[in-house]
Design a protein around this ligand. Structure first.
Ligand code: NAP
Length: 292
């Protein structure tokens, strides 16, 4: 079997185009143009790139965005005051605090200060708690990107055995909650695997849909995959590659070559789940502007 490649770049472009149309309809109906405020503390180069890409995606979808840049010396109180100001500003639809924050700042306290109505990253304790209760709230972008990708590919998790390898708060746990929800596009039987899982291969071979979110380059090999399974690779890992000019290349958590011969469908890295993350951020920002 040669797996169908799930083109995350194309799916994300379709999601972004849908959002752009909905933004115009929202404004035509008298709504305020959605606006995303991003707080960026310090000068981590990767964070600057992510924030720039998020801002660009907003603008391409007809939304406005601003980056509030603050020095790494910012105090906890100054950051909390900034969040409070944005919470109270009716022209701000969504707020995102780019992580990681400098060490002296308390990430959980900052996330807790975000208004749940504006938490478009879906990572505050309130948003995650509502997700756990199955109450509509903003879901974190990467897990909801995986659901949206499956939906648009016509892969219905209903009744399927899903194994997620990785239990982070950012990806694995919220994805498990979303897929286990008694709701259309979900309703799956979910297993959450991790480093404590005994005989990981025996568990992953049970999966109709296998999601790798481990941060371990090419750890999921063909012998760990049931023939015909759908394989979603969330991992983004940089490895050395002397054949490239940069000397580096990106790979996922799945051995793409080997697993493609066994799976029925697979996401590549890059060009799989990655592009869905920013697409779902703008979906959430539009929902915030509409009042969820
Ligand atoms: P993380 O916080 O490091 O969590 C990794 C999880 O994988 C942990 O639960 C860990 O288990 C588990 N794990 C690691 N090695 C394992 C092994 N050999 N066997 C079984 N379980 C193992 O990582 P994360 O933030 O979830 O990110 C995971 C990957 O996704 C990374 O490559 C990251 O770059 C990527 N990512 C991509 C996107 C995107 O937009 N596509 C977004 C976010 C993250 P323990 O809990 O037992 O330690």
């Amino acid at each position: 079997m040669t797996a169908r490649i799930i083109d995350g770049t194309a799916i994300a472009a379709a999601v972004r185009a849908d959002v752009a149309r909905q933004v115009e309809a929202h404004i035509a109906a008298g709504g305020r143009r959605p606006h995303l405020s991003v707080i960026l503390v310090g000068d981590d180069p990767a964070s600057h790139v992510y924030v720039r890409n998020k801002g660009r995606a907003c603008e391409e979808a007809g939304m406005t965005s601003e980056t509030i840049q603050r020095p790494a010396t910012l105090t906890q109180q100054e950051l909390l005051d900034e969040v409070a100001r944005l919470n109270a500003d009716p022209s701000v639809s969504g707020i995102l605090v780019q992580m990681p924050l400098p060490q002296h700042l308390d990430e959980l306290a900052v996330m807790s200060a975000l208004s749940p109505k504006k938490d478009v990253d879906g990572l505050s304790p309130t948003s995650l708690g509502l997700l756990l209760q199955g109450v509509p709230a903003f879901a974190p972008a990467t897990p909801s990107g995986v659901l949206e990708m499956l939906r648009r590919e016509g892969i219905d998790p209903e009744g399927q055995r899903v194994v997620i390898v990785g239990r982070s708060v950012l990806v694995g746990r919220p994805l498990a909650m979303l897929l286990a929800n008694k709701a259309p596009g979900a309703n799956a039987t979910v297993t959450l695997a991790h480093t404590g899982t005994r005989d990981l291969g025996a568990v992953t071979r049970e999966a109709d849909i296998l999601v790798a979110a481990m941060g371990r380059p090419r750890a999921i090999t063909a012998d760990m995959v049931k023939p015909g399974a759908v394989v979603i690779d969330v991992g983004i890992n940089q490895i050395d590659d002397a054949s490239r000019k940069s000397g580096k290349r990106l790979v996922g958590d799945v051995d793409f070559e080997g697993v493609s011969a066994v799976a029925s469908a697979i996401t590549p890295v890059p060009g799989g789940v990655g592009p869905m993350t920013i697409a779902m951020l703008i979906v959430n920002t539009l929902a915030a502007a509409k009042g969820l």
